[in-house]
Design a protein around this ligand. Structure first.
Ligand code: BG6
Length: 494
């Protein structure tokens, strides 16, 4: 299947997201024949630049970040000629009229029926202005479709998210808006539905009677790098939990949708978010949530700075670079099953994994006499390795009945960087085909903020619970206690 004919506008075309993710994604789609021939891509940014210069930047970005490398010159030129650059002061509506004339030329050249996809790789403060100017500059007056693709941060809390949404909704209807959470574009996150609903092994067991707990880890080795200014305001709670962590949790916890279509799936996800217990008091927050910040440490022999010593970070900052929580989904399926989540910067490995720990068989005279029986696990490896494995108990070869846990593994990409499409590739392709399944709907976003806001409020009131952990470690010591208090422990992450 190839995408419908369209013009793609990349606002923020000279920025990092465009260079690292969007251009490489577009090139991969092109190489796989998914863009067809009737498309045009317009890079929009303030900086003056010619289309020729722009194509040089494009080439460099693809060389560096794309899983396909440009082949011979003719092939490259055939792709690059679809790209043009348009310098625009995004606050000035006049510029949009010029952009309109440029677009109409492209639509005539490639015979494109007025379909326009606007990808705003910009700071969210600008979403409202750009939307209004697109409308007032008559960019939305063609017979084809018009879609807006945007990315977090969608606000800072529920009220600011709502304001931002209002600004966009003056111009675009909900079904025209595609809010990216790139975790939803990941192969193994999309695979959760199939693993759950297409397997007789799992579907009947997917509930409180058989599952003891769920553990979701999103560990990163990187520190805050040059993003201090953004990160210091957001912290792990807004940067990772409000979006990626909650998205993974909802995919694990949702009820089977009546159909596998976007609205039905998103309805179920919203219900999960509404069922997650809110921690409203400072005491609830302290008992169930741990926040940490990395201090000086070492990783693989390398000395690492503490967060407060990073450039553009305040020396007194109480921003959390680590978050861990015990979350509860208060519905019939999940009553009493803890969902432990943890995410942090400067941890020992880069790895995202979801572990489903099953309840043990009853202690029985056959096996459990003097040996401990480990529980069955289903492990979904999201990133960078992709695959699943299950841990089962089997007899150790030999004369006695010693039991050992063994793993059965399906490894989709045991080598990092093997050819599975990247999240942005899937998501751009879905947006241009009008498929909303893996985008965040407004009510999902609103429900997520309503969980986050009381936590942020409790933290604002009292920062005494912030714990420091050495860079390169698994976070504050108390994180183990969160589980040991319930009789569990974290399963090691690969
Ligand atoms: C982004 C966050 O959304 O996700 C970053 O802003 C984080 O701070 C990144 O590093 C992690 O994504 P991935 O795909 O590398 O696990």
């Amino acid at each position: 299947v190839s995408a419908p004919e369209a013009v793609y506008f990349i606002f923020g075309a000279t920025g990092d997201l465009a260079r690292r993710k969007l251009f490489p994604a577009l090139y991969s789609l092109y190489r796989e024949g998914k863009l067809g021939d009737r498309f045009a891509i317009v890079g929009v940014a303030r900086r003056p630049r010619t289309s020729v210069q722009f194509r040089d930047d494009l080439y460099a970005s693809i060389q560096e970040f794309c899983r396909y490398k440009p082949k011979e010159e003719a092939e490259w030129n055939a792709f690059a000629e679809h790209f043009s650059y348009h310098s625009l002061d995004i606050g000035n509506v006049e510029g949009y009229r010029e952009l309109k004339a440029h677009t109409e030329e492209l639509e005539a050249k490639y015979d494109i029926p007025g379909n326009r996809l606007f990808y705003l790789a910009l700071a969210p403060e600008l979403f409202g202005t750009v939307s209004r100017n697109l409308r007032d500059g008559q960019m939305l007056e063609t017979r084809g479709w018009h879609r807006l693709v945007i990315e977090k941060p969608f606000g800072y809390d529920y009220p600011s998210a709502e304001r931002l949404n209002e600004e966009i909704r003056h111009v675009f209807r909900e079904e025209q808006v595609f809010r990216i959470d790139h975790y939803l574009g990941k192969e193994m996150v999309q695979n959760i539905e199939v693993i759950r609903f297409a397997n007789a092994f799992f579907e009947p067991l997917w509930n409180k009677d058989h599952i003891a707990n769920v553990q979701i880890t999103l560990a990163e080795t990187v520190g805050v790098e040059e993003r201090g200014a953004y990160y210091n305001k957001s912290g792990a709670l807004r940067d990772m939990v409000q979006n990626h962590m909650l998205q993974m949790l909802t995919m694990i916890a949702m009820e089977p949708p009546s159909r596998l279509d976007a609205e039905d799936i998103r309805d179920e996800k919203v219900k999960v978010l509404r069922s997650v217990r809110k921690y409203m008091s400072g005491e609830d927050v302290r008992n169930n949530i741990i926040r940490g910040q990395y201090a000086q440490g070492t990783h693989r022999g390398k000395e690492l700075k503490g967060y407060r010593e990073e450039e553009s970070v305040d020396a007194q900052s109480v921003t959390e670079t680590f978050f861990s929580a015990r979350l509860l989904v208060d519905n019939f399926r999940w009553a009493g099953v803890p969902f432990y989540v943890r995410t942090g910067k400067r941890l020992p490995v880069k790895s995202t994994e979801i572990v489903i720990e099953f309840k043990n068989v009853p202690k029985n005279v056959l096996f459990a006499r003097d040996q401990e029986l480990l529980p069955n696990l289903l492990v979904i490896r999201v990133n960078p390795m992709e695959g699943i494995y299950i841990k089962i108990n089997a007899k150790k070869p030999g004369n006695d009945m010693t039991i050992q846990p063994v793993a059965m593994e399906y490894c989709q990409s045991c080598q990092i960087g093997i050819n599975t499409p990247e999240a942005y590739e899937r998501l751009i392709f879905d947006a241009v085909r009008g498929d909303h399944t893996y985008f965040t709907r407004w009510d999902e976003l609103a429900a997520a903020w309503k969980l986050i806001d009381p936590i942020a409020a409790a933290w604002r009131e009292d920062s005494g619970d912030l714990q420091f952990y050495p860079a390169g470690s698994w976070g504050p010591e108390k994180v183990d206690q969160l589980l040991s208090d319930d009789g569990f422990h974290w399963w090691p992450v690969n």
